[in-house]
Design a protein around this ligand. Structure first.
Ligand code: B12
Ligand code: SF4
Length: 553
């Protein structure tokens, strides 16, 4: 009888890992005991011995970190072949053939909040799990789904019609009891799932294609249900600030029914300052006033590029420069602090650059200068990372600036040196330095002039710039964007943790978390290249009659 699940996540920084919190709550509702291992802090081998799980669930696996989970899976299978291992999250969703790269028993694709409890029930009853939509077992993948068209595979999913209100409250204890987040007073939640826009560097457009015909692209909790969960959370754990991590917290330029109700209920039931995300061309005086009334403290509206050609044609943000400037002006007028991301090092064809009379680095300066002009409170600047499956990746590959076979070697953090081959070493250095000093110039705009910035960006002083960046970022985060009070001890501990994390994200040559598998092990045939290490699925193991689980191959 299966009753113990060990969840595996790669790392826990300052954002609640909501996937594992939800999956654990769903599993507990089915009567399972749940445990957590964080690969970057725990010894998986010791945890396996101590917990003796029946099921290991690799959670919310993102592209760039899949190698760590595959290694962890090997370790689990070395410990015991009888443990059922399952992986879910964006990476297996967009690259389901990952099941062939290791000894995984199954993967979950897309939103699995309906499939996961069904899978657990099937495992508990010793029934066949091969017919549960959103789940590919090793057996069904190899015998059927592998050879099906992507469209047919996408049809093998649950409808997206069930209300999110029916989901259990996140099991936060599983994370808070064993990580620093228990004492960290910012708590995350997603009030909605989905986004209808088509930005070419993002996975949402691909998600929308995969989920076509299954239900609404955008679904959300009712304000009452949402506030009930946050109220309980506030009573159980020290909480000063709520971070809504929805891709799009507001979608309508007017005050729709949801926002009106939220603005009414949230201050009464929760009453904490919050942060959320939206887009410049969605923000209006009307909806910002309602958000302010509810308790909005800070807002993310990413600029991504200050160059009209890149923004419209290459990354398809579909918003104008005046819309961007007006949205930030509105926030500044109404006292809402702002955060914006900008993507540097987006390559442009040489004939277009000649026609526009620009060099590669000019486009990045356009972005920095639009941020400064818009008086963004806190801006981050990072080189574009071509993630497999996004339209922008096809563009860089088609133009020969990146090779599909290099995908497996991308750093798990995009805040690092550009991985593209179309920039000179000096341009790469300037981009990396801009990713550090851009934040500093934005905080102290009177220091900025194009000539001075260009001079600084050319110098090999990344380590020094990192120090400036780190302290400015820390100051802006703690005092402007997420204002929270810390004891001296916890402040010092958080500073130490952030230095480690930020340095790994930015320093060239550094790796977030740990070294990756070598390219010969990272086989990614779905990405267009041929399998490099020979993709041989693990040999089938005969299933013994008395073995309880049917999804073993
Ligand atoms: C919060 C968030 C983060 C947090 C992560 C917190 C955490 N540890 O989970 C932070 C800010 C750290 C982050 C970082 C990054 N993120 Co992010 N992030 C998100 C965001 C906005 C929400 C994720 C979330 O919690 N969703 C809610 C939970 C409930 O959903 P979920 O985890 O996906 O789980 C569901 C399914 O995936 C599935 N499932 C998940 N686990 C399991 C396990 C099993 C066994 C089963 C059966 C099913 C299953 O069922 C769940 C319920 O439906 C998403 C956008 C989005 N809309 O999802 C992007 C997103 C996940 N991030 C993305 C990216 C690219 C990144 C970065 C790689 C960016 C970068 N290059 O640095 C980094 C990765 C850093 C790293 N290596 O960890 C992409 C991932 C695309 C991909 N192919 O992997 C997304 C989809 C954004 C996008 N639209 O492009 N991110
Ligand atoms: S608006 Fe944000 S979440 Fe939506 S497609 Fe664009 S980048 Fe992705």
């Amino acid at each position: 009888m299966a009753d113990k699940i060990l969840f595996v996540v790669n790392n826990v920084d300052y954002i609640d890992p909501m996937g594992v919190m939800l999956m654990s709550a769903l599993a507990k509702r089915e009567g399972f005991a749940t445990f957590l291992t964080v690969l970057s802090q725990d010894d998986l081998g010791e945890e396996l011995k101590r917990i003796k799980p029946d099921i290991v669930a690799h959670c919310s696996v993102k592209t760039g970190e899949q190698q760590f989970f595959l290694k962890a899976n090997d370790k689990v299978k070395d410990y015991s072949k009888n443990i059922i291992t399952i992986m879910g999250g964006p990476h297996p969703t967009f690259n389901p053939d990952i099941i062939e790269e290791s000894d995984l028993n199954a993967i979950g694709v897309g939103e699995c909040d309906v499939a996961w409890p069904k899978l657990l029930k099937a495992l508990q009853a010793g029934e066949d799990a091969g017919n549960i939509p959103n789940i590919f077992t090793r057996e069904t993948w190899l015998s059927k789904w592998k050879n099906e068209t992507e469209a047919n595979r996408n049809r093998f999913r649950h409808k997206l019609t069930h209300p999110l209100d029916g989901l259990p409250f996140y099991d936060r204890e599983i994370v808070y009891s064993k990580t620093h987040l228990g004492k960290f007073p910012m708590r995350c939640f997603m009030s909605s799932w989905g986004c209808p826009f088509e930005c070419t560097y993002c996975f949402e457009p691909k998600t929308n294609i995969q989920q076509r015909g299954l239900g609404s692209i955008y679904r959300r909790y009712s304000p009452r249900r949402l506030c009930a969960e946050l109220k309980e959370l506030k009573h159980r754990y020290p909480t000063q600030f709520i971070k809504f991590y929805d891709d799009m917290f507001i979608l309508s330029r007017s005050v729709d029914f949801w926002l009106a109700e939220f603005a009414e209920i949230y201050p009464q039931e929760v009453g904490l300052p919050f942060f959320c995300l939206t887009r410049c061309n969605v923000l209006t005086r009307e909806n910002l006033t309602a958000l302010k009334k509810a308790g909005l403290h800070s807002l993310t509206m990413s600029i991504e590029s200050g160059n009209d050609y890149i923004r419209e044609k290459i990354i398809k943000r579909h918003m104008t420069r005046p819309e961007i400037e007006e949205a930030f002006a509105l926030c500044n007028e109404m006292g809402v602090k702002t955060f914006a991301n900008s993507i540097l090092a987006i390559p442009i064809k040489s004939e277009v650059m000649t026609e526009q009379g620009k060099t590669a680095i000019d486009y990045d300066f356009d972005s920095l200068e639009l941020n400064i002009k818009s008086k963004v409170t806190f801006g981050e600047f990072s080189p574009v990372y071509p993630y497999p499956g996004c339209e922008l990746s096809d563009y860089v590959v088609e133009n020969g600036w990146f090779d599909y076979s290099d995908f497996g070697n991308l750093n798990a953090s995009y805040q690092n040196e550009s991985p593209l081959n179309c920039f000179t070493p000096l341009e790469k250095r300037m981009q990396s330095n801009m990713s550090l000093l851009g934040t500093v110039f934005l905080a102290f705009p009177f220091l900025y002039s194009r000539k001075f910035a260009e001079f600084l960006f050319k110098l090999p002083l990344a380590k020094l710039y990192f120090i400036f960046y780190f302290f400015v970022k820390g100051y802006l985060n703690v005092f402007k964007i997420y204002p929270m009070k810390f004891s001296i001890v916890s402040l010092l501990l958080n500073i130490r943790r952030s230095i480690e994390l930020e340095y790994k994200k930015h320093a060239p040559g550094e790796r977030l978390y740990e070294p990756k598998r070598t390219m010969s092990q990272a086989t990614t045939p779905m990405l267009g290249g041929l399998p490099q290490g020979g993709l041989i699925p693990p040999p089938p193991k005969p299933q013994k009659k008395d073995e309880p689980f049917k999804i073993l191959d």
